[in-house]
Design a protein around this ligand. Structure first.
Ligand SMILES: Cc1cc2nc3c(=O)[nH]c(=O)nc-3n(C[C@H](O)[C@H](O)[C@H](O)COP(=O)(O)OP(=O)(O)OC[C@H]3O[C@@H](n4cnc5c(N)ncnc54)[C@H](O)[C@@H]3O)c2cc1C
Ligand code: FES
Ligand code: FES
Length: 478
């Protein structure tokens, strides 16, 4: 069934919006239409967390709570979900435990950031059974505070370990679950005077929309696409929202590779990949923020072809492949060669990324490093990734890829060549470092100078082999 009415749950009632403006952000809707001004606008680009709201989603017989940046999410993406705002935490004049903790531990001064912090902490309170320091720090990674400082906020979060986990959302859980089941996502097609928006629920429906609307822009998490509206102030006239396609929200594995469906949120992929490639997970921990990772996808990261897309050098080093589909065909392409120019890929009109295949290289050494100005919620100056197979102290196979060093994320072929089939020595590493000058001609921009980028790229190569040596995975002769 297809509908032009977006339905979601707010305060345990079903809200229906007929033909919403598909470019309106949830933030604007909440502040202007619902007149709930507790949710703030800071940066309007997903970077400060002032606009954080929580979405409840049906997950089997439970509700999963996701903090998101409402400034970069469009209203139709509320379809089938529960919207929770900072105003909704109070119940019968009683503050929520998260709000009480912020008061008791002096977690607020000017208060502009406070609703965002409260909502991020609320999602943590609901999703975890205990709140350790690393979970707390992850949770508030995407919330900026300029005056209180983080220590009192972290103390407030820690104090929740002593509080009851039963709040009014737990009390009303059955009602909410029934309502969520009632409004289970339908196909959405909104056609206004100048804007179209489609949210298919299956790959077949996606294919038929693509046949009719080949010029539409695909949108998954929207953490890149939405900025066209919020920052460039342009309209997106025809959108196809991918993230309602549950069929593409999966991770499976066989003996040779892991396959990640295109709509799998990055945060789910992170928990999975940790056991195979811990360094991949370390990079993802510093990828945007929880609010971003809750909705963004690897497929979106690949399709942006950004030279500083963080998963891209890692996927390149791992020899990943992408499964591309259109209305009738399936193609499997190596990621190497998929990026053809600055923010350009081989993807053609009418095609979409269906999934990503990552080879399982259990015997290889996999390393990845991200260098950015800030540790959290910052974009790379340089990102490097190494995938090395060693046999009898000799490098039998090597893949090296860098982000931030060229107009596209790219393998370091010259550097790989000099290391392949060699025993390692300090001289060899020096030679390999020198080859990076042949592989890359980085540019100077606001993040880093070309000189800095090249120096860092060389040092990361050196660091990789020093770590390999320290773990006695290979002998390096001086
Ligand atoms: C605050 C903030 C922090 C960020 N931090 C990082 C960071 O640390 N590292 C990093 O690499 N990036 C970062 N990004 C950029 C962005 O979040 C990523 O590129 C993200 O992976 C994009 O995924 P998405 O699902 O949101 O894509 P979307 O915004 O939905 O789409 C991005 C592009 O991919 C296309 N697309 C989406 N899905 C498909 C599909 N299935 N098939 C074909 N094309 C598709 C869209 O048409 C669009 O061109 C950040 C962004 C923000 C706003
Ligand atoms: S307003 Fe800054 S993240 Fe939304
Ligand atoms: S309390 Fe002022 S910005 Fe955080």
């Amino acid at each position: 069934m297809t509908s032009s009415i977006v339905k979601f749950i707010y305060k345990n009632k079903i809200v229906e919006i007929n033909n919403p403006d598909s470019n309106e952000t949830i933030l604007n809707y909440v502040r202007i239409k619902l007149k709930k001004t507790g949710t703030k606008e800071g940066c309007a680009e997903g970077g400060c967390g002032a606009c954080t709201v929580v979405l409840g989603e049906l997950k089997k017989n439970n509700i999963s709570y996701k903090a998101i940046n409402s400034c970069i999410a469009f209203v139709p993406s509320l379809e089938g979900k529960q919207l929770i705002l900072v105003e909704d935490l109070i119940s019968e004049d009683e503050l929520h435990p998260v709000q009480k903790a912020m008061v008791n531990y002096h977690g607020s001064q000017c208060g502009f950031c406070t609703p965002g912090f409260v909502m991020s902490l609320f999602a943590m309170y609901k999703n975890y059974s205990s709140y350790k320091e690393d979970i707390i720090k992850d949770t508030i990674q995407g919330n900026l505070c300029r005056c209180t400082g983080y220590r009192p906020i972290i103390d407030a979060a820690k104090s929740l370990n002593k509080e009851s986990r039963f709040d009014h959302f737990s009390r009303n859980k059955k009602i909410t679950l029934d309502l969520l089941r009632k409004i289970k996502q339908r196909n959405i097609a909104i056609i206004n005077d100048n804007k179209k928006y489609f949210a298919p629920k299956s790959v077949n429906e996606l294919k038929s929309i693509l046949r009719q609307e080949p010029n539409s822009k695909l949108i998954s998490g929207g953490t890149d696409v939405s900025l066209i509206v919020t920052k460039e102030r342009k309209d997106l006239n025809s959108l196809i929202y991918m993230n309602s396609i549950n069929e593409l929200n999966y991770i499976k594995e066989n003996n040779s590779y892991i396959e990640v469906g295109a709509t799998t949120p990055l945060i789910n992929f992170d928990s999975f990949i940790k056991k195979y490639f811990p360094d991949f997970s370390q990079i993802l921990k510093r990828y945007g923020s929880v609010q971003i990772r809750n909705i963004c996808t690897i497929a979106g990261n690949i399709a942006t072809a950004s030279p500083i897309g963080d998963t891209l050098p890692l996927l390149l080093a791992l020899d990943s492949q992408i499964v591309i589909k259109d209305k009738s065909k399936t193609q499997i392409l190596p990621l190497n060669g998929f990026f053809i120019g600055y923010r350009k890929t081989k993807l053609k009109k009418g095609q979409f990324i269906h999934s990503i295949r990552i080879p399982l290289l259990k015997k290889n050494i996999f390393k990845a490093y991200k260098i950015s100005k800030r540790i959290d919620d910052d974009i790379s100056s340089v990102c490097a990734s190494f995938n090395i197979e060693i046999n009898n102290n000799k490098i039998k196979k090597i893949r090296i890829a860098y982000g931030g060093m060229s107009s596209i994320p790219k393998r370091a072929f010259n550097c790989e060549k000099i290391l392949l089939n060699s025993f390692l020595s300090d001289q060899k590493i020096d030679k390999a470092k020198k080859q990076l000058e042949k592989d890359f001609k980085p540019i100077t921009d606001a993040r880093a100078s070309k000189k800095y980028r090249m120096e860092v790229a060389k040092k990361l190569l050196e660091k990789c082999f020093l770590e390999v040596k320290q773990k006695k995975l290979i002998r390096i002769n001086a």
